[in-house]
Design a protein around this ligand. Structure first.
Ligand SMILES: Nc1ncnc2c1ncn2[C@@H]1O[C@H](COP(=O)(O)OP(=O)(O)OP(=O)(O)O)[C@@H](O)[C@H]1O
Length: 527
């Protein structure tokens, strides 16, 4: 039999393989839809220095068929009306294909949700949006033409925006499974809030429960800046693509200095010498083998500065500590932001937070909070490099002896290119440089925990010794007072009290005990 050949559109591909984008069953689809929408809302706010206010609602609209309506509303930058149909109706269309850290990166998320939505029910996705300073609010209802990978617009209208509103509201209907998705959806929102304490979230679930996470601070992390590519990150296709987009037919030397980071005149000449290319040659006339030599020279050259971390936006140790304290009420918390590093030309930064004791539920393994570009990762925990590092950590070395540990470890990786294992963005691949950096981060913060544990143990030891000494104080004080007052009973009692007080102070100072109130209440007979 002859093979039958055909070509399919990207929309058709993801419709056929929804699990690649995280839509493998109704529960997971519900969770994935919600997160794609929330992540778009956060990208439209904090990346633009707007304090996010996000409203999330899930309603059951058809009990029998288990169709839910998921709505997310934000106060972000909005979407220009001519962009909306493509942004929601064309798979692989995005504003995030630039070198800048954002939650979105594939141009797929919300379209994968729309595709899943229209597979099992007939209502289109509804969008209301108003860009900053727009006098109108725009409304759309649309679906995706799967074969053509194009939007099909069902309704389009607009209304006066007289209240200065800006932002976007998206409502999507889908076959879901609330009971199975519930726990992970709650966890997702909670963990999102942990790294965005400058945001407020209102969530109404289909059972009518409402939770409100209030804004804890108005301090918003420094937003990321768009940067040019780093020479270590190039390949032949990237070079071709960049050249094809140039308006100027640059000399190759100028192309290198103007379009890449860390390349000055001297460096450009050195690279071109290595690649055996005339610096004045026009980029449009570069042949494939020259591009190949240029790529190789750029990879081999050792004098570049590391990729610029300007494109990254960290959470910051103060916000991490604030959130861990607020959420888990621990007795100890510490966090740190490591210095920028790079892998394959992509800059990245690791942040680690740790919380111990207090109201944290003890468990055999620490509770691991994984984050990539401020997105909490909930599924596929065991296949993630963060999990691997935390699991391999020997907590005994850091003073945690308990089998049941009251410990939360939070790790955040931010990068212009997070090496996710799939388009569903649930786990990070073990890239050597990243793994090493996470390990160093966890060790560094764990050492702070160890210092605290040492202090705590010292204090406990001191308290034990204090109790031993306390046993002797009354007897010693009584004997000396009798001797000193020549057995004058009235005076003796007073002197005894004074000696007792002095001895108590001496021991306290010697043992360096801060909190002595509890000991004052001790009765010798009770010890
Ligand atoms: N709430 C929103 N506010 C502003 N822009 C939005 C919003 N939702 C979607 N967009 C725009 O639509 C585009 C497409 O979103 P989509 O979720 O499909 O992909 P993405 O976020 O770019 O990438 P990824 O697939 O990695 O999530 C976004 O890049 C953004 O420009």
């Amino acid at each position: 039999m002859a093979e039958k050949f055909a070509s399919i559109s990207p929309a058709e591909f993801f419709k056929r393989n929804p699990e690649l984008a995280g839509f493998s069953n109704p529960a997971r689809a519900m969770y994935q839809t919600l997160r794609e929408m929330i992540e778009n809302s956060l990208d439209a706010t904090d990346v633009h220095e707007i304090l996010p206010s996000i409203k999330i609602t899930i309603d059951l609209v058809d009990q029998q068929k288990q169709i839910y309506k998921i709505s997310v509303e934000d106060n972000g930058i909005g979407i220009p009306p001519h962009i909306v149909p493509e942004a929601f109706g064309r798979v692989l269309y995005s504003s995030k294909y630039v070198l800048r850290q954002t939650r979105g990166m594939y141009g797929l998320g919300v379209k994968a949700a729309v595709l899943y939505s229209q597979m099992y029910q007939e209502r289109p996705v509804e969008i209301a949006t108003s860009p900053m300073n727009s006098k109108r609010i725009y409304f759309f209802k649309l679906k995706i033409d799967v074969t053509k990978n194009e939007p099909i617009i069902y309704e389009r209208s607009s209304a006066l925006n007289d209240k200065g509103y800006h932002g976007t509201s998206v409502s999507l209907y889908l076959l879901g499974d609330w009971q199975r998705a519930k726990q992970r959806i709650y966890e997702y929102i909670k963990r999102t809030y942990i790294v965005a304490p400058y945001a407020e979230f209102i969530f109404k679930d289909p059972e009518g429960n409402v939770i409100y996470y209030k804004r804890l601070t108005t301090k918003i992390p420094e937003p990321p800046k768009e940067v040019k590519p780093h020479p270590y990150g190039v390949d032949i296709e990237l070079l071709k693509n960049m050249i094809s987009k140039q308006k100027n037919d640059y000399a190759v030397k100028d192309f290198l200095t103007k379009e890449f980071q860390s390349v000055g005149d001297v460096t450009a000449v050195k690279i071109l010498e290595m690649a055996k290319i005339d610096p004045d040659k026009k980029i449009s006339s570069l042949k494939d083998e020259e591009l190949s030599r240029l790529t190789e020279a750029m990879k081999k050259f050792e004098g570049f500065r590391p990729p610029s971390p300007e494109a990254l936006s960290v959470i910051g140790s103060d916000l991490i500590e604030l959130s861990l304290k607020n959420m888990y009420n621990p007795e100890f918390v510490a966090a740190l932001t490591r210095k920028p590093k790079a892998y394959q030309g992509h800059p990245f930064i690791v942040e680690v937070g740790i919380a111990y004791g207090g109201q944290i539920q003890p468990a055999e393994e620490p509770l691991v909070l994984r984050y990539a570009n401020k997105i909490p990762l909930i599924y596929d925990e065991k296949s993630d490099v963060i999990w691997k590092v935390v699991e391999e950590t020997d907590w005994k070395r850091y003073g945690i002896e308990e089998d049941m540990k009251p410990l939360v470890v939070m790790v955040h990786l931010c990068s212009t290119k997070v090496p996710y294992k799939s388009a569903g963005k649930e786990s990070i691949a073990d890239v050597e440089e990243i793994e090493k950096e996470i390990k160093n981060g966890v060790m560094e913060v764990a050492r702070k925990l160890r210092l605290y544990m040492l202090e705590k143990r010292k204090e406990e030891e001191a308290k034990k010794r204090m109790l031993t000494y306390l046993k002797y104080i009354p007897e010693v004080a009584r004997s000396i007072s009798i001797f000193a007052t020549n057995d004058d009973k009235e005076k003796a009692l007073k002197v005894q009290n004074q000696i007792q007080e002095k001895l108590f102070e001496m021991i306290k100072t010697r043992l360096d005990i801060k909190d002595v109130e509890e000991y004052k209440l001790y009765k010798v007979e009770a010890i």
